[in-house]
Design a protein around this ligand. Structure first.
Ligand SMILES: [Zn+2]
Length: 63
């Protein structure tokens, strides 16, 4: 089965069924792909509200 690495697009030619890095050519390309996945997840916007926590409301507890 011919495989082309989706990261560096190098043709791997024939690889054994149990080739550990399929469909990538190496562990390096595999980790690059993983990093891309993680990067996509980080890109999901989750803005933290800046205005909260600055009210000082807890000070009313002190008597
Ligand atoms: Zn590669």
């Amino acid at each position: 089965m011919l495989i082309r690495c989706p990261i560096c697009h190098r043709e791997l030619g024939e690889v054994p069924e149990d080739f550990p890095h399929r469909p990538f050519c190496s562990a390096r390309c595999k980790s690059i792909d993983l990093a891309r996945w993680l990067d996509e997840e980080y890109r999901i916007p989750s803005p933290l509200p800046d205005g909260e926590g600055g009210e000082g409301g807890d000070e009313h507890l002190i008597h």
